[in-house]
Design a protein around this ligand. Structure first.
Ligand code: SAM
Length: 278
């Protein structure tokens, strides 16, 4: 028996809701558009169309995996960030809207060479280089698999010839100075991991989420190497957890940085530490 787009959306919404998925209607729409390989506006214009069996089977399959809390982005393979869609998978953190606060703040500064520590999908540095066609960059990650995804994103978005991807443990093995350094390091405390949403806890790489213990270890390691890597008058921007402003500011102050600011995200939460080399 054939089903219309509207029937299929209703059935998928009920199944996703019963599985405890938040926003089941929105997810049903995104997933059906993905299976039909059309955008959501076209989907809405085809509500009464009868769907072929192949689409119904495809939809059953993706609704089943979404019901296991696999993130929508892992099913569709992409996530929108700043001006582009980035390829994402279980090797990289899904780039988050909060991180756009860091990109916006960094873009208010002039820069010719940028270093992104813990680049993941490459979302930050690729967005920055895309906006500054004369700038060059270096992006590091300790995960070779994450770097593979970042390289593919750089190629798709057209900045591959201006960014070098390097496997590194924070600053280890890096040389040279940068007039802009950015990072969204893992910052969730070990004790908070169990309370994360299953989409995050069970599907995103733990290396990208937590450095262990109190969640501040990555900032300590970055603060240790920052003085040597930041050019005179250079700027650095670090994403933080919204309750970490005091502790992270103290880490960078103790490392000898005196010109520090905490910037809020769009919800008004402390989200970014911005500093200038003394
Ligand atoms: C929170 S994710 C951020 C990813 C991406 N920059 C973003 O904002 O979407 C942190 C990244 O840091 C990387 N990472 C974790 N430990 C690291 C280390 N010791 N050295 C370099 N990168 C590390 C992880 O693999 C992950 O890609």
């Amino acid at each position: 028996m054939s089903e219309s787009v509207a029937d299929t959306l209703m059935r998928a919404t009920m199944m996703l809701g019963a599985a405890g998925i938040e926003g089941p209607e929105r997810d049903a729409r995104v997933l059906l558009a993905h299976v039909m390989e059309i955008d959501q506006a076209s989907l809405m214009a085809r509500m009464n169309d009868a769907l072929p069996q192949s689409v119904l089977y495809g939809m059953d399959r993706v609704v089943a995996v979404r019901s296991l809390h696999q993130p929508v982005s892992h099913i569709t393979g992409k996530r929108g960030f700043w001006n582009h869609e980035f390829l994402v998978n279980s090797d990289v953190l899904d780039p988050r809207p909060d991180t756009e606060t860091l990109v916006a703040a960094a873009l208010e500064q002039p820069f010719d060479n940028v270093l992104d520590l813990g680049t993941g999908s490459g979302a930050i540095i690729i967005s920055l280089l895309d906006e500054r066609p004369q700038a060059m960059g270096v992006a590091t990650d300790i995960s070779a698999k994450a770097l593979d995804t970042a390289r593919r994103n750089a190629g798709r978005i057209g900045v591959a010839d201006r960014v070098k991807f390097t496997e590194a443990n924070w600053f280890d093995g890096l040389s040279g100075q940068f007039d802009l350094i950015v990072s969204n390091p893992p910052y969730i405390a070990e004790s908070e991991m169990a309370s994360l949403a299953p989409e995050v806890r069970d599907w995103e790489p733990h290396l990208a989420l937590t450095p262990g213990k109190d969640g501040l270890e990555a900032y300590r390691r970055i603060a240790d190497g920052l003085k040597a890597a930041l050019a005179p008058n250079g700027r650095a921007f670090f994403e933080i957890g919204y309750r970490q402003a005091v502790e992270v500011s103290e880490i960078f102050t103790n490392a000898g940085f005196t010109q520090l600011k905490v910037l809020p995200d769009l919800s008004g939460h402390d989200r970014v530490i911005a500093l200038i080399a003394d």
